[in-house]
Design a protein around this ligand. Structure first.
Ligand code: HEM
Length: 405
């Protein structure tokens, strides 16, 4: 609840389906941003409701409806589905394109992120992870966000794109403004800078192709055997930047925050450092319980869904954190069971846009946890200044997470 004046519902929304909910607003004192979503379920609001905030949009609360929206792109489109609605948002390839046109870029990207391809990245990811951890392990404390969780995925991005490691600080600065700034002018400027960097870099790779993602995108061909449009290639590069940094940073923040307060979970992972199957199964459960992304779709045409009138261009928010704790799908859904066998969570989405980088994300988290626990087997939240600055929105998370050991 925002406590502000609530506008009247649009005429296709019955008043009983109106709920005042702002997915960006985290009330004072809330230490876990996902709580704003779980609070809706506790309040027993309608499982499909409309909020007038952020341009006005629907929210689906149940697993089945969230999965139906992911799967049915004829009704729930990804194209120009920003929230609040924005003009001239670049069409990111392939996530902003509905089937079947999404397939050209999806086919190009998917082979680069298969479990096998990602396994082959392990040594380099491990080297980068351990170098970062060595930098502060002896100090007995760190701000996990600034010292690790932001740096590591950005470093992985440089590696994938064949960019020099020395450019880490530069890209971190760009990512920080892009992900954290609320100032549209500053954000617009940084988007321009990221595209300019990609442009220079893609031109360099045109002349000197290597074994990296940018070179693979340049070598890609569409269904007619032609190179992709330059604009689409840049938009794909931009998507990889947007999709693979903040999501991993904040998932890690949730995971380390949980481990810092749960000695039995630290032990569980420490005892399985050399058992990749058990280790990954436990990570899968942490992915379920810590779903940081809230995805948005746009209604393509006026239609009815489960008796609710949806109007063309209405937005629909799909909170993965709620789908993943739906008691109709998961036994004891609020409990973290690191041995949970069946785990049909939707943290990475489902259907035509399911996350291409899911194996990479899990590998980044696995390698980080292994390298961390080997050097810092026990740690806790800094009792004097544990965490501050939580945020909501399309990716939820923490600005700061102070750990001590
Ligand atoms: C824990 C980390 C991550 C989470 C929670 C996450 C979540 C998601 C979700 C929910 C989607 C579906 C979006 C939609 O349906 O509109 C998605 C798509 C995507 N993700 Fe991730 N992601 C993560 C990490 C990564 C990484 C590391 C990469 C880097 C390669 C990546 C690349 C992509 C791409 C390219 C898409 C679009 C796929 C398509 O449209 O076909 N993600 N991600």
């Amino acid at each position: 609840m925002t406590g502000q004046f609530m506008p009247l519902p649009p005429d296709h929304v019955p008043p009983e389906l109106m709920v005042d909910f702002d997915l960006f607003a985290i009330p004072e004192g809330v230490t876990d941003p996902a709580e704003i979503w779980h609070g809706l379920v506790r309040r027993e609001v309608p499982h499909i409701f409309y909020t007038p905030r952020n341009g006005g949009h629907w929210v689906f609360l149940n697993y089945d409806d969230i999965v139906a929206a992911y799967r049915n792109s004829d009704v729930f489109s990804s194209h120009q589905a920003s929230m609040p609605p924005m003009e001239e948002w670049p069409v990111l390839q392939p996530v902003g394109v509905d089937p079947p046109d999404n397939m050209a870029f999806r086919r190009l990207l998917a082979p680069m992120f298969t479990p096998k391809a990602v396994r082959e990245m392990t040594d380099e990811l491990r080297r980068r992870s351990s170098a970062l951890i060595e930098g502060f392990a002896g100090k007995g404390r760190c701000d996990f966000i600034a010292d690790y969780a932001e740096k590591f995925p950005t470093s992985a991005f440089l590696y994938l794109f064949g960019l020099p490691e020395e450019r880490l600080d530069e890209f971190l600065a760009l990512a920080n403004v892009f992900f954290r700034s609320n100032d549209p002018a500053a954000k617009g400027e940084v988007i321009g800078k990221i595209f300019a960097e990609l442009e220079v870099f893609f031109h360099e790779k045109e002349k000197n192709p290597g074994n990296d993602i940018a070179s693979a995108i340049l070598a890609g061909r569409d269904a007619n055997g032609d190179p992709f449009a330059w604009k689409d290639m840049l938009n794909c590069g931009f998507l990889l930047f947007v999709a693979g940094l903040d999501t991993v940073t904040n998932t890690m923040a949730y995971v380390w925050r949980y481990l810092a307060t749960t000695p039995a979970a630290r032990r569980h992972f420490r005892e399985r450092l050399d058992d990749p199957d058990a280790f990954l199964r436990a990570i899968e459960e942490l992915m379920r319980i810590n779903a940081v992304s809230n995805i948005v779709r746009r209604i393509k045409q006026d239609c009815e869904y489960k008796g609710v009138q949806l109007r063309r261009n209405d937005r629909v928010a799909l909170p993965n954190t709620l789908a993943n704790r739906d008691p109709r799908v998961f036994a004891d859904p609020q409990a973290i069971d690191l041995d949970r066998e069946v785990n049909v969570h939707v943290t990475f989405g489902v259907g035509p846009h399911r996350c291409v980088g899911s194996h990479l994300a899990k590998r980044e988290i696995m390698v980080s946890l292994q390298e961390w626990l080997r050097r810092i087997p026990d740690f806790e939240l800094d009792p004097h200044d544990p965490a501050s600055g939580v945020f909501g929105g399309s990716v939820m998370g923490f600005e700061k997470l102070n750990l001590v050991w």
